[in-house]
Structures are given as C-alpha cells and as structure tokens.
Design a binder for this molecule. Structure first.
Ligand code: IPM
Ligand code: MN
Length: 347
C-alpha cells in the first residue's frame, strides 16, 4: 500500500557517479510507489561551477525549500574545483540552511555481502550531528604565506545543538534495541566534550528505558571493529560522526552500501537523502557504480515521507538481490544490471 500522495522531489545528481546512482534510485522509488514522485532535476555540480562561477544559483536554497525532499548524488571533482569550494558551495550549506541536524547512517551487512570482519551480526545506526561542532565554519587565517601564518578553526557546540541531537538519539534508541552510545573525547577536550557528556547525563534521566554508554571516539572506533554487535544507536559530533561512518561503511562491505539521511526532524524545511560515497571520479564513466547506497537512501526518503510500506518493499528487494550475489562485490556487476535485478525483485 502507498498513500497515493504526490511527493515533490528535488534531484541534485551532482558530480561523477552521482548521476547514474540517482537515476537508479529514482527508478526504483517510482516503481515502489507506482509513480507518485514528481521530480525536478537541478544540474548543480562542479561543471556548473566552471560554467557559472557558483555551485548553485544565489536563490538555490530558496528553490529547494519548496520541495518535500531532496535526493542528492555526490558533490566534488577536485581536479576541476577544490573540494573546500565545491562542498561549501552546495552540500554543506544545504545541511545547515535546512537545519538537517540529524544525519542518520545505518551500518549493517546486507545478506550476501561479505564484510571485512569475521562477524555478521551487527546492526548499528550512527547519528551524526550535522550543523555545528567541528563543521561550524568559525575561524580564519591571518598572515597568509608568511612564517607567522595562523589558521584557526573553532568547533562550536551550543546547548540547543547538543540537546537536540542527543534527544534524537535517545528517541531512535527507543525505537530500536534501547541502547545509546554517546561519543566524545572528553578526556582531552575539556570544554566542548565535557559539556556534551554532561548533557548526555542530564537527558538520560528523561529516558530511563534507554541504556546509555559513553565512549571516547578512539575507543569506540576499536569497538566498531572488534565488537560491533555490542552497539545499537551511536550518536556523535559532526566530525567524529563523519569519521565513524566511513568506518561503519567499511565494516558493512564498503561505501557502495552506505546510505544516509540528513533529517530536519522538526519538518521546517526539506530533508535530504544521499549515499555516503563521493563522486568517485576514477570509475565515473565505467558504468560500474554500485547504486545500492543511493537506493537504500531513497528508501529512507520514502520512509520519511510517510511511505513506510514502499520503503520496506525496496529494502526487501535490495536484500533479495544481494542474497543472489548481485551487487555484492565492488566492480563485478554493472550499475544497470544491479538496478534491473532490484526492479524485478520488486515485482
Ligand atoms: C560525508 C562527506 C562530507 C562530510 C564531505 C564531502 C564534506 O564526507 O557526507 O560524510 O564531511 O560531511
Ligand atoms: Mn564522510
């Protein structure tokens, strides 16, 4: 069953393998919904930057605001545009402007996928703070090019920001196995991270049903490799979450499987869904990008849009496909063949 509602989706395929994986994700999502997505594609990318001098037009954010959700492929092509320019011109401003403060990244092995660990029984949901912390953008450089050069980049943690991401983590833990791991580095960073730990303890009183553990980021990195089955929901700051979710992608078999949802939980602006992988310039024209991460991200989008049943059918089709060994080994199957297998598993 689908709701039958029309959903207006902004597609930003971006660079490199972004376009083919988004095409695959839209095809699968449309089939699962019976065609109720109304999509509009925006060509914002590094090529767009070379043509116009900007990654997106000045009113880009306002244009996107009118949509129910955004599906994004990948941003970046360092040979054409420096990453710090392309990412700060498109992906990062969208996350901030639309207050997509909760970046959800699930890490588990799809059936048939062999991870690098000797374990298969983990199911982790990383929740990364997505608007402040180490990505606040506060800082500057002086005396550039001289021996006296100084670069400062300040991590900013606000009570509003820390409370809301931890609350989101507690709520997710409640919906899952009731365990929350809060990640800091409060043994070394005595202001921001001690503050985060304090807020974790304060809020835990409101969630007596959730079992809370506090880890330092170095220790939980080791735990994700050695004992990932002991983790349920993991909540971390922007940069720690960024790093831990590449580790999470690795233990789930690679970036081709890592999905993500940039959620605005308050519904005041559209949320954005994107695979964790980048634009992969090295394989961009080979037709072998794995569309699974993008398709999984599209399933998260449908779930967010109230189409939980269609999302579940997509996940079942993904799992049926990987169980048959299709899309499980990087570079073995072609994007189109993996997509076709998933589409037919949807029947
Ligand atoms: C991610 C990416 C981005 C990030 C980069 C491309 C800026 O690594 O989504 O994990 O650091 O947030
Ligand atoms: Mn990353």
């Amino acid at each position: 069953m689908t709701t039958g509602k029309t959903h207006r989706i902004a597609l930003v395929p971006g660079d490199g393998i972004g376009a083919p994986v988004i095409e695959a994700a839209v095809e699968v999502a449309q089939k699962a919904l019976g065609g109720t997505l109304e999509t509009e594609t925006f060509p914002w990318s590094c090529d767009h930057y070379l043509q116009t001098g900007a990654m997106m037009p000045e009113d880009g954010i306002e244009t996107l605001r009118g949509f129910d959700a955004i599906l994004l492929g990948a941003v970046g092509w360092p040979e054409k545009v420096p990453d710090a320019v392309s990412l700060h011109g498109l992906l990062l401003p969208i996350r901030k402007a639309f207050v997509q403060y909760a970046n959800m990244r699930p890490h588990r092995l799809l059936p048939g996928v062999e991870g690098p660990l000797r374990k298969e029984d983990f199911d982790i949901l990383c929740i990364r703070e997505n608007t402040e912390g180490e990505y606040s953008g506060a800082g500057g450089r002086v005396h550039q090019g001289t021996t006296g050069e100084v670069a400062v980049e300040t991590a900013v943690f606000t009570r509003t920001g820390v409370e809301r991401i931890l609350r989101f983590g507690f709520e997710q833990a409640r919906k899952r196995r009731g365990k929350l791991a809060s990640v800091t580095k409060s043994n070394a960073q005595k202001f921001s991270m001690v503050f985060w730990d304090e807020v974790t303890r304060e809020l835990s009183a409101e969630y007596p049903d959730v079992e809370v553990s506090q880890y330092h980021v170095d220790a939980i990195s080791a735990r994700m490799v050695m004992a990932p089955e002991t983790l349920d929901v993991v909540v971390a700051s922007n940069l720690f979450g960024d790093i831990l979710t590449d580790l999470g992608a690795a233990i789930q078999g690679g970036l081709g499987f890592a999905a993500s949802a940039n959620i605005n939980p308050d519904g005041t602006a559209p949320s954005m869904f994107e695979p964790v992988h980048g634009s992969a310039p090295d394989i961009a024209h080979l037709g072998i990008a794995n569309p699974i991460a993008a398709i999984w991200s599209a399933a998260m989008m449908l779930d967010h849009l109230g189409e939980g049943e269609a999302a579940a059918r997509i996940m079942a089709a993904l799992e049926a496909t990987t169980s048959r060994g299709i899309g499980t080994v990087p570079g073995k199957d072609r994007t189109d063949d993996i997509t076709a297998a998933i589409l037919s598993a949807l029947d």
